[in-house]
Write a protein that binds this ligand. Structure first.
Ligand code: C5P
Length: 330
């Protein structure tokens, strides 16, 4: 009990750190000016899946006291002999693969802070899917906070559309739209896939890492197909790892790590608390984007919107604690 509560907060803290680092390095890696070709985002998604499968396999191996025989029997029993359980994971895997690719589209077109705040709409989609798929109930503070959230996100987007003076802003009007659409689609996919995965984890007794291997296997296949369809020509010409550099490797490692942390958070906390962690990381990445990357000039409207988004996130959790701990409120 104490261990799982500890894991809950540690995993949330690590998620704040990982989300911040991932957003900033991914943004940096997509905007870095280089001589050669830039790395393929679709290839980075596949590499992260391979790394996740490898790490989860090692974790399952260590859970089985590094016994090859036990490992073989487990994989045989749980993965090969339970095709229905396996296929259930194909749905979130397909959706997450799409989402992971959308993330790169978004960060190639939006600055890190705008992306982060807009992506908070996934709290709304997660809540709606939690209500409809898990039967969770929302209190009035929580519905109110969702309204705040939408108002905040609208404000954050406002100046982006009205600014048109600098060369960069004129150039990026279309790209802002593409980035925004990518984030909105990722919000729907994140909400659905997260709740679906939570449902699967809490319904069946299979271990977390085993579930993640199953998820990763599908994600790898889907990601690979996506890469060949979308970037097949460049892969044939310059290979899967074209344009990789140290920053790309860091992005891949951070993305793989993120998947593992998200899985732990969904198991020990839940999808809504996961939203809290990303809200906190907004504050951190806004500050870093402003002070270090200098790719973002926050206006007072942006600040108001960001404050509303963050306040909404905390308001969302407000009703949760005073209520009896045995109720299953979101
Ligand atoms: O933004 P969001 O929290 O929905 O991001 C979830 C991320 O975690 C995705 O990159 C997804 O591939 C990953 N994930 C994972 N394993 C899980 C659940 C999510 O790798 N069990």
């Amino acid at each position: 009990m104490a261990l799982s509560s500890g894991l809950k907060y540690v995993s949330l803290g690590v998620l704040v750190l990982q989300t911040t680092l991932l957003v900033l390095t991914m943004r940096y890696s997509r905007t870095l000016k280089e001589d050669g070709p830039r790395y393929l985002a679709s290839s980075a998604v596949v590499s992260a899946e391979v790394l996740k499968i490898f790490t989860c396999t090692l974790l399952v191996f260590s859970e089985n006291n590094f016994s090859l025989r036990a490992m073989y029997e487990l994989l045989n029993e749980e993965i090969l002999n339970k095709p229905v359980e396996l296929v259930k994971l194909a749905i979130p895997a397909g959706i997450y693969t799409l989402q992971n690719n959308l993330l790169y589209v978004a960060l190639s077109n939006l600055d890190a802070a705008t992306y982060q705040v807009t992506y908070q709409l996934k709290i709304l989609t997660t809540a709606l899917f939690s209500v409809s798929m898990l039967g969770k109930e929302l209190g009035c503070y929580q519905w109110l906070s969702l309204l705040f959230l939408m108002a905040g996100i609208t404000l954050v987007q406002w100046p982006v559309e009205s600014l048109g003076d600098s060369e960069q802003n004129v150039m990026s009007a279309g790209s802002q739209f593409v980035g925004l659409m990518a984030v909105l689609m990722a919000c729907v996919s994140s909400g659905f896939a997260g709740v679906y995965f939570e449902k699967i984890l809490k319904e069946a007794s299979q271990g977390l890492w085993l579930r993640n291997i199953q998820l990763g296997l599908f994600s790898f296949v889907f990601g690979f197909i996506g890469m060949m369809v979308y970037d097949g020509e460049s892969v044939k010409q310059a290979g899967i790892f074209q344009g990789y550099n140290i920053i790309t490797c860091i992005v891949v490692v951070l993305q793989a790590l993120g998947g593992l942390i998200v899985a732990v958070v969904i198991k020990y906390a839940d999808n809504i608390l996961k939203g809290f962690a990303t809200s906190l990381s907004i504050i951190v990445s806004t500050l870093i984007s402003y002070f270090l990357l200098k790719d973002f000039n926050p206006t007072s409207v942006f600040f108001l919107g960001a404050v509303l988004v963050i306040a909404a996130t905390f308001l969302y959790g407000y009703e949760q604690k005073p209520a009896s701990s045995s109720t299953n409120k979101v």
